[in-house]
Design a protein around this ligand. Structure first.
Ligand code: GUE
Length: 293
């Protein structure tokens, strides 16, 4: 079994980005600027957003964090998006999800200028990705693809099973794994809460991407020997062992599955750090106007 060390790969890419930012600045170019909008005080969102802001500092980006209480109105959030769309200094921005129930995530995402949508959640970016046009690819799927590449994991003609059909992970990663080229050219099966025979399907898989958000869903008896397992789950469960009182749990029963897997990502330290780094890459691309003028 080989552990896929997302944390190590992410810090390597972080150095590459920091060097490029230095060069841009040395040549009198504009410092890339990422803004993040955070609504409410949910523990997970706070941690992820502060990771993002800290990483911006580490690579030399400018960052702006805009915070709202959870009783903020949809109108106020839409006005904030409009301001960020117009702010010439902001190259890209994200609105951290999930949003409180009284705010429509669809409306907010559609209001974002797709040229600044470094999350890759806007329908224009989603659509362009699905037909293979230049676009912002959402950070988690992009991070997964990068890990497969860096570990030279074969995908062509392989059975890839995606667990979960969310708009931000399941659907886009399924599309990327079946697209032409590498990593891609896989035979993709998407399973979800209504799939009756998930175990049977997983037992045929060469690659399993687990993104259902159900802690320790994938058990040792559901995978074949030598499988590559990518664990996207990040559920916070209460824990007495940690200072924060929470522990991060993946969608994979790690110990059981690791004994059979060829490659496996840990949680934390797997896909999470790669998600952050992909967001930085998208922000750099936005700053350089490489995808959209
Ligand atoms: N608009 C938006 N964009 C997102 O990209 C987005 C979002 N909303 N909502 C929530 C999910 C989740 N997500 C993660 C980011 C970093 C880690 C991460 O850094 N994880 C670390 C551990 C962090 C910790 O200790 O809690 C790791 O796995 O090693 C995890 C999950 C981004 N998301």
């Amino acid at each position: 079994m080989q552990l896929i060390d997302g944390k190590a790969i992410a810090s390597q890419i972080k150095k590459e980005i920091a060097e490029e930012v230095n060069t841009i600045k040395a040549n009198g170019g504009k410092t890339p600027h990422l803004a993040a909008v955070l609504v409410g005080h949910d523990g997970g969102s706070e941690t992820y957003v502060s990771n993002k802001v800290r990483t911006c500092e580490e690579v030399g980006f400018k960052s702006t964090l805009i915070r709202y209480e959870s009783d903020v109105t949809e109108k106020e959030i839409l006005a904030c998006v409009e301001r960020l769309n117009k702010d010439a200094d902001v190259d890209g921005f994200i609105v951290q999800l999930p949003l409180p129930k009284h705010i429509s995530e669809e409306k907010v995402i559609e209001a974002i200028d797709y040229r600044k949508d470094v999350d890759g959640f806007h329908p224009i970016n989603v659509g362009r990705m699905s037909i293979g046009l230049p676009c912002f690819i959402s950070a988690t799927p992009a991070g997964i693809v990068e890990l497969l590449k860096r570990y030279n994991i074969p995908t062509q003609g392989k059975n890839c099973v995606v667990l979960g059909r969310s708009n931000i992970v399941g659907k886009p990663i399924a599309g990327l794994m079946m697209q032409k080229g590498y990593p891609g050219d896989a035979t993709v099966t998407v399973c979800h809460s209504r799939t009756p025979n998930i175990k049977e399907i997983c037992l045929e898989a060469d690659i399993i991407i687990a993104a259902m958000g159900v802690p320790e869903f994938l058990k040792g008896d559901m995978v074949k020997e030598g499988v590559t397992v990518i664990d996207v789950g990040t559920t916070r469960v209460p824990s007495a062992e940690t200072k924060s009182g929470f522990k991060l749990k993946g969608d994979v029963a790690f110990d059981e599955v690791a004994t059979k897997a060829g490659f496996i990502t840990p949680v934390p330290g797997g896909v999470g750090p790669m998600t952050i780094i992909s967001l930085m890459k998208n922000t750099l691309l936005a700053g350089k106007k490489e995808i959209y003028k």
